[in-house]
Design a protein around this ligand. Structure first.
Ligand SMILES: Cc1cc2nc3c(=O)[nH]c(=O)nc-3n(C[C@H](O)[C@H](O)[C@H](O)COP(=O)(O)OP(=O)(O)OC[C@H]3O[C@@H](n4cnc5c(N)ncnc54)[C@H](O)[C@@H]3O)c2cc1C
Length: 397
């Protein structure tokens, strides 16, 4: 068992922390208030190889391991507390990797290089207005045509709809095949004829949009099909397993930053003639939060290590172990991050409620992972229940 990061991993982590401190932190309020990640920030991410990181170098990516990507996600979640940059980062990392594994050669050569250069956006479209958890009952359909598919239906709450519309790009879109033979996982360019988009007003992570796409006989060429026809469902689940690890990592980075901020504050802030940190009521909270963050951090790094050892290596033999590790950390990391930010906010008293201190950025951002993004907490429980008790106890997926 080796817990120490390699020299390469430590150097990369330090470079991304520097990017977080020098580029993300000074921009996070602007990202939140202007509702977009400035192009120069994305360009710097592209320069550092942070966009769609696990994508192989031949398609323009860094070919980064899951562990390296996890480390980067921690740092980006720490740097831009609003989580907007982390979401942009992890969607492209997870779904860029999925496309690089299961896309056609033509699609990979066309779609991935601009994504890795920050010139296009790549996201995921599974959720529909009628629900996102019960994916097997989705309604958006794909019908085979002479040269591809025709897509009809509606997806909702999709991250990056505006980015994909303005920068170029699209979403890996899960559809139900009308021939009754399963699900087709298709890359659908956002501006394809037949698509119309809508933007939602979110409460947080304002730097990346959330919206809906309606597909009215949208023609998708066959080259944009991932994997085999009818087999898209499992590919989407595999992509979620990868992306959820990076979601958790971003939450851990945000939690660490909140706790460090809080500890600095309670060392200085005086009440009843002594620093707040001398009151055990507060000191013990800080210690408990530290212990919880450490636990999920190593849980997360182990999940990434398992991804490298099996999923990213194309080895499905330990699927249950990987899925359990990822669902466990996606179940625990967002609540730990949310609780940390909330507690630290309370240590600050009234100041914690102001935008000057900025903890609300993190609270609003992390909340997105509590309510549902990349799968709600109860869905992680369902996944774990299925793995632990068996299909007869959890017959749906
Ligand atoms: C900011 C943000 C960004 C998002 N980005 C994307 C994106 O890019 N692409 C995309 O496809 N989706 C995206 N989503 C949607 C997200 O995937 C869904 O919110 C999630 O899958 C849950 O679906 P739902 O919101 O429809 O809730 P529902 O499926 O209606 O569930 C509602 C609640 O009930 C719980 N629940 C559901 N079933 C059960 C059950 N059997 N037992 C117990 N509890 C249950 C859920 O956990 C949830 O808390 C995003 C969401 C947010 C908030």
């Amino acid at each position: 068992m080796e817990f120490e990061l390699s020299d390469e991993e430590q150097a990369f982590q330090a470079a991304v922390r520097k990017f977080g401190d020098k580029v993300l932190r000074p921009n996070e309020r602007k990202i939140d208030s202007e509702g977009r990640i400035p192009p120069e920030v994305l360009q710097e991410m592209a320069r550092l190889g942070l966009l769609a990181m696990p994508v192989p170098t031949e398609y323009g990516g860094l070919g980064g391991s899951a562990v390296l990507t996890e480390l980067a996600a921690e740092e980006i979640g720490r740097g831009d507390f609003s989580m907007a940059t982390a979401v942009f980062f992890l969607l492209e990392a997870g779904w860029g990797w999925t496309l690089s594994q299961h896309g056609t050669e033509e699609a990979k050569r066309e779609i991935l290089p601009p994504v890795c250069q920050g010139k296009a956006f790549l996201g995921i479209a599974t959720t529909e207005p009628t629900g996102g958890s019960d994916l097997a009952h989705m309604r958006t359909t794909s019908t085979r045509t002479s040269d591809g598919f025709s897509v009809r239906g509606e997806k909702a709450f999709l991250s990056g709809v505006e980015e994909a519309r303005t920068m170029g790009g699209g979403h890996l879109t899960l559809t139900k095949s009308t021939d009754g033979k399963g699900f087709n996982f298709l890359y659908v360019p956002t501006t394809a004829a037949g698509n119309s988009t809508q933007k939602f007003q979110n409460m947080g992570r304002m730097g990346i949009s959330t919206g809906a796409i309606t597909y009215s006989d949208t023609k998708v060429p066959r080259k944009y099909l991932l994997g085999e026809e009818g087999h898209g469902f499992d590919l989407a689940l595999e992509g979620f397993t990868v992306a959820r690890t990076f979601v958790s990592a971003a939450c851990i980075g945000a939690a660490e930053r909140a706790l460090e901020t809080g500890i600095a504050y309670i060392r200085e802030r005086q009440a009843f003639g002594q620093p707040l940190g001398k009151f055990e009521g507060i000191q013990f909270e800080a210690v408990d939060l530290y212990a919880q963050i450490e636990a999920v951090k190593w849980q997360c790094r182990r999940a990434a290590w398992l991804l490298d050892k099996y999923t990213l290596a194309g080895d499905d033999s330990h699927r249950s172990e990987v899925v359990k590790a990822v669902a466990s950390v996606k179940l625990t990391a967002p609540p730990v991050a949310f609780e940390t930010v909330k507690r630290v906010m309370m240590w600050y008293g009234a100041a914690g409620y102001t935008k000057d201190v900025g903890l609300e950025l993190g609270l609003r951002g992390v909340m997105s992972y509590m309510v549902g993004a990349e799968g709600g907490l109860n869905i992680m429980r369902i996944i774990l229940g299925r793995e632990l008790l068996g299909k007869e106890f959890v017959p749906y997926r």
